[in-house]
Write a protein that binds this ligand. Structure first.
Ligand code: HEM
Ligand SMILES: *[C@@H]1O[C@H](CO)[C@@H](O)[C@H](O)[C@H]1NC(C)=O
Length: 497
């Protein structure tokens, strides 16, 4: 009896499974054909072949290094990768045109929102038009004032004194400084944005499920952008297989935790609080999904970038003893012999330190490249034709390595290039779009600089930090922000003074 009932059911399942898998196989085969077709029929140029066959990997450590090579060799400083329908530029006039003159023709666009949409939703990073303007206004109220910068410095100072310095002082072993810096900046951005403490830099270095899921989600999202056709990931997402399945799971963890954060905040009361989330909550108290999106965008904005910037800085400093000595001289000039932490005022006076921080991000920008999508046909200042719908990418990493922008010593770490008679002179932001430029310039720039300088001052003054194996060039993990593959192993020792 039981058997008879079970039979039709299992037959139906088998039939369904059979059809489902036939469909899957057919669909994958079809998309593979389409992929081949695009590759063969549309373009067989050297660049596309090199990209699609991965043969660039035999000469270059990183995709960004290969692009740099191509951009340096292009007379206009612009290249087009047909297979990706992507125009990439390292030409400051083009960057000015895209980010400012014709800002409205270069929104983030639909393809980009699709790639990051599952993770970032309607957060500021991922939207254009009205939704962007609204969040931009709100967030710039918070981030724009000098008062907020010194408030942020209080948070950073406490985290340096109570967690960062003790952890480094207590360790003779080899440490992964990149990991420590990521924990540090995560704790900071969480306090600043939400008034909450995830405690990532606690001495036991706990595994944070949020941080971990967040890493995975942003890495897998970034990998979508590297595929020759968006059809590939869209099919995988439809079928919930492979990397798309993992992405979905990681995003679920991020969502659950972000929602928890919002609930917790609501219970603690937000009307008198000054943190970013509370501000947003008083105007959009009833839309948790929107709040979640905003929260996630700020996590991405403030955490990975600052950690990446500091990682690049210590990598360069470890190879440049001369720069380290000059920073120490300056610290000694402005800080008392027993002062551990520089004040807001002291940091503002230290021009060499400021120059060194800018200079490190010239060579190792945390956001190595950034893409927009052309809304209408256009022509760039260097004559490059842009067809409607083309992806247009400016490339800060390559720009920092262009002789025609920075001169023949462009590959050297030389903070002096930013100084005139000891005074810091800012460069044109379209030559140095490390924080982007124009109407969508980074909102956290000043905050990030204060945080970085404060960390550098505290660590360089007290410790000698040597990167283990700093003679090799870094290899980056593909992602939205620069992350060194395998971390940055360092040995830390107390300075004898
Ligand atoms: C060294 C550290 C940082 C670097 C290099 C950096 C760089 C950038 C870049 C390149 C963009 C443009 C991204 C795009 O539109 O695709 C951006 C946007 C943004 N950044 Fe930063 N950032 C840093 C730190 C921060 C911090 C600490 C915060 C906030 C606390 C922040 C908040 C934002 C926000 C809100 C945007 C979006 C602006 C808009 O779309 O209007 N950033 N940043
Ligand atoms: C955030 O930082 C401030 C300033 O140092 C501190 O007073 C506060 O306790 C921190 N908040 C949390 C939740 O850690």
């Amino acid at each position: 009896m039981k058997f008879e009932v079970a039979l039709p059911y299992s037959m139906a399942t088998t039939t369904f499974t059979y059809f489902f898998f036939s469909f899957t196989v057919l669909f994958s085969f079809f998309s593979f054909l389409l992929f081949l077709f695009r590759m063969k029929a549309c373009c067989n140029c050297h660049t596309c072949r090199t990209y699609l066959t991965f043969s660039w990997t035999s000469h270059f450590n990183n995709l960004c290094d290969w692009y740099t090579h191509l951009l340096r060799n292009s007379p206009t400083g612009t290249i087009h990768v047909h297979a990706l329908a992507n125009t990439i530029t390292a030409n400051p006039d083009n960057v000015h045109h895209i980010l400012k003159t014709r800002f409205h023709n270069y929104p983030k666009g639909k393809p980009f929102s699709a790639i990051l949409g599952d993770l970032l939703g309607q957060g500021i990073f991922n939207v254009d038009g009205h939704a962007w303007m609204f969040q931009r206004k709100m967030a710039s109220l918070e981030l724009g004032s000098v008062a907020i910068r010194s408030y942020a410095l209080d948070i950073v100072t406490r985290e340096i004194q109570s967690r960062l310095l003790p952890i480094l002082a207590a360790n003779d072993a080899v440490l992964d400084l990149q990991d420590i810096l990521r924990r540090f900046s995560f704790d900071n951005i969480c306090n600043f944005s939400f008034g909450l403490d995830p405690g990532c830099l606690h001495p036991s270095l706990p595994v944070s499920p949020l941080a971990q899921a967040f890493d995975q989600a942003s890495r897998l999202s970034a990998e979508r952008a590297m595929m020759a056709s968006p059809l590939i990931w869209k099919v995988k997402r439809l079928l919930n297989v492979g990397s798309e399945k993992k992405l979905k799971e990681a995003i679920r963890v991020v969502n659950d935790l972000a929602e928890g954060l919002i609930k917790q905040r609501r219970e603690m009361g937000y009307s008198t609080r000054k943190d970013l989330l509370s501000r947003f909550m008083s105007s959009i108290s009833d839309n948790d999904a929107y709040l979640r999106d905003i929260v996630v965008s700020f996590l991405l904005a403030g955490r990975d970038t600052v950690a990446a910037a500091l990682t690049g800085f210590f990598w360069l400093l470890s190879r440049n003893g001369r720069v380290q000595s000059r920073i120490r001289e300056e610290l000694d000039r402005f800080m008392g012999p027993d002062e551990e932490i520089a004040s807001f005022h002291q940091l503002r006076e230290m021009h060499y330190l400021n120059a060194a921080v800018y200079e490190s991000m010239r060579l190792y920008p945390p956001v190595q490249f950034d893409s927009k999508f052309a809304a209408e046909d256009d022509v760039l200042p260097d004559g490059t034709f842009i067809r409607k719908g083309t992806r247009v990418t400016y490339h800060p990493y390559a720009m920092g390595r262009m002789e025609r922008i920075w001169g023949p010593d462009c590959l050297e770490f030389r903070p002096e290039r930013w100084l005139q008679d000891g005074v810091f002179l800012p460069e044109c932001p379209f030559k140095y779009p490390v924080f982007q430029a124009g109407p969508r310039v980074c909102l956290g720039k000043e905050l990030a600089l204060v945080e970085m300088k404060s960390v550098v001052a505290a660590l360089v003054r007290r410790f000698d930090i040597r990167v283990v194996g700093s003679n090799s060039e870094p290899r980056f993990v593909p992602g939205l922000t620069a992350t060194v593959r395998g971390g940055m192993p360092v040995r830390v020792s107390e300075r004898r003074r």
